[in-house]
Design a protein around this ligand. Structure first.
Ligand SMILES: [Fe+2]
Length: 196
């Protein structure tokens, strides 16, 4: 049995902090290549470099059967119509799954099976949980007007692989249309923005 301090954590929905865990801050400049509309991205960067999201993860435990968990907080907004998002990743240990639990705000999770390319979009808000199976890329998107806060629990041996999705990006995007989220194939969205 670990000492009691290791078995208890406090988190703060207003700051995204998790007591005892480092706060990782992702600013707009850290998200090069994540948003589909590169012109809108560059234009936004010229105006400033705001925090897009933070993650605080408790990853002290190691070994078979152990669990890690992280608190994520995404600020509201969009770049070229595409809602603020996380970089997205797949677990280095591909069979590792994860459970996301919504705590505050309104968002969606974009899932994409690495083996089939099949996508799924699931709502993430308070009183909802999303099960992310193994072998699945996952990205969290804030579609609301305030911060989206959630917790993710995953096996200690999962590991985070960002590179596998960074090169080609997700096949689908979640964009604002008349104030509501719309799921579009990336290619279709790129055609639309290049035409206008
Ligand atoms: Fe994950």
């Amino acid at each position: 049995m670990k000492i009691p301090q290791d078995l208890f954590s406090e988190f703060d929905l207003e700051t995204g902090s998790l007591k005892g865990a480092p706060l990782i801050v992702r600013r707009l400049s850290d998200l090069q290549g994540s948003f589909a509309d590169t012109k809108a991205y560059e234009a936004a960067l010229k105006r400033g470099d705001p925090i897009i999201y933070t993650v605080a993860a408790m990853q002290d435990v190691e070994g078979e059967g152990g669990l890690h968990f992280g608190l994520g907080r995404i600020m509201p907004g969009n770049i070229g119509g595409e809602y603020h998002l996380t970089k997205g990743h797949i677990h280095s240990h591909r069979p590792a799954s994860e459970v996301y639990i919504g705590l505050k705000g309104e968002g969606m999770m974009l899932l994409e099976d690495e083996r089939t390319g099949e996508s799924a979009v699931l709502g993430l808000k308070p009183s909802t949980a999303v099960y992310v199976p193994g072998h699945t890329f996952h990205r969290t998107v804030n579609t609301g007007s305030g911060p989206l806060v959630y917790i993710g629990v995953y096996p200690a041996n999962a590991g985070h692989d960002y590179g596998a999705i960074a090169e080609r990006n997700f096949r689908k995007v979640i964009v604002a249309r008349e104030g509501k989220p719309l799921l579009l194939p990336r290619e279709d969205f790129l055609k639309q923005i290049n035409r206008s």
